[in-house]
Ligand binder design. Structure first.
Ligand code: IPE
Ligand code: IPE
Ligand code: MG
Length: 231
């Protein structure tokens, strides 16, 4: 069995539970987010070792603006640091970094850091890291519809919608994993996950590591993906 692991081409993580992880340890929510960033580093390396082509991660949703200002500020400074240091290192190793979401609303220094690493890694051919930031799936679909309308087209097909999503060019989303026991998608990649496998783990995001990925891939390998057909 161990040698029969099926490897998804594109896996997405809803990185949830940083706050509760911290609370359980008597720490601040910000400590949880810092630990979450460490887990993300481990997971990206582990995914690339497995030969996964693309990894999408939900880092900040459109709905997360309703959190306290201080937490939002902390998250964006963490994301800026992550872009300048970690993502730059991954870009040097061949990863291609891209983002999904309305980046125009981000703080200026975060936007600069992000644009730099997008540009720096744009010709890379290694694993794609797609970071959903100020992202909402309904917003993404509405944006796609508006892009199509602006082009003057009056009749739409699925391919046209696909081509106007942030994920254009990425492999089909095979698997969505959510941490922390919540069993919902929270406005994440609703179009893309039409035929994805879904895995919900109780573990909080900061506790994810290489072994967690191994468990996830074992579970994914047991799934019988029929796509409406019969076998
Ligand atoms: C996920 O952890 C990180 C973000 C949403 C930015 P949370 O901050 O949602 O942690 P919980 O769900 O409160 O434990
Ligand atoms: C989803 O987590 C968003 C991210 C992981 C960035 P939330 O913690 O914001 O989602 P809800 O509030 O539990 O739905
Ligand atoms: Mg949460």
């Amino acid at each position: 069995m161990a040698n029969n692991l099926k490897i998804p081409r594109h896996i997405a993580f809803i990185m949830d539970g940083n706050g509760r992880w911290a609370q359980q340890r008597g720490l601040q929510r910000s400590d949880g987010h810092r630990a979450g960033a460490e887990a993300l580093k481990k997971m990206l390396i582990a995914c690339s070792k497995k030969g996964i082509e693309a990894v999408s991660v939900y880092a900040f949703s459109c709905e997360n603006w309703s959190r306290p200002q201080a937490e939002i500020k902390f998250l964006f400074s963490l994301i800026s640091q992550f872009a300048k240091k970690e993502l730059k290192t991954y870009a040097d190793q061949g990863f291609r970094v891209r983002f999904s979401g309305d980046l125009s609303q981000l703080p200026k220094n975060t936007l600069n850091a992000i644009n730099k690493v997008i540009d720096y890694s744009k010709n890379n051919t290694g694993m794609i890291v797609n970071i959903a930031l100020n992202y909402g799936s309904r917003q993404e679909i509405v944006r796609a519809v508006n892009l199509i309308l602006q082009s003057g087209i009056r009749s739409v097909d699925e391919q046209m919608v696909e081509d106007c999503l942030y994920t254009v060019g990425l492999p089909p989303l095979d698997l969505v994993v959510r941490s922390s026991g919540e069993k919902r998608l929270s406005n994440f990649m609703l179009w893309q996950c039409a035929y994805s496998e879904l895995i919900f783990l109780d573990k909080f995001w900061p506790d994810f590591d290489e072994n967690t990925l191994e468990e996830i891939l074992k579970e994914y390998s047991l799934r019988d993906r029929r796509f409406g057909g019969i076998k």
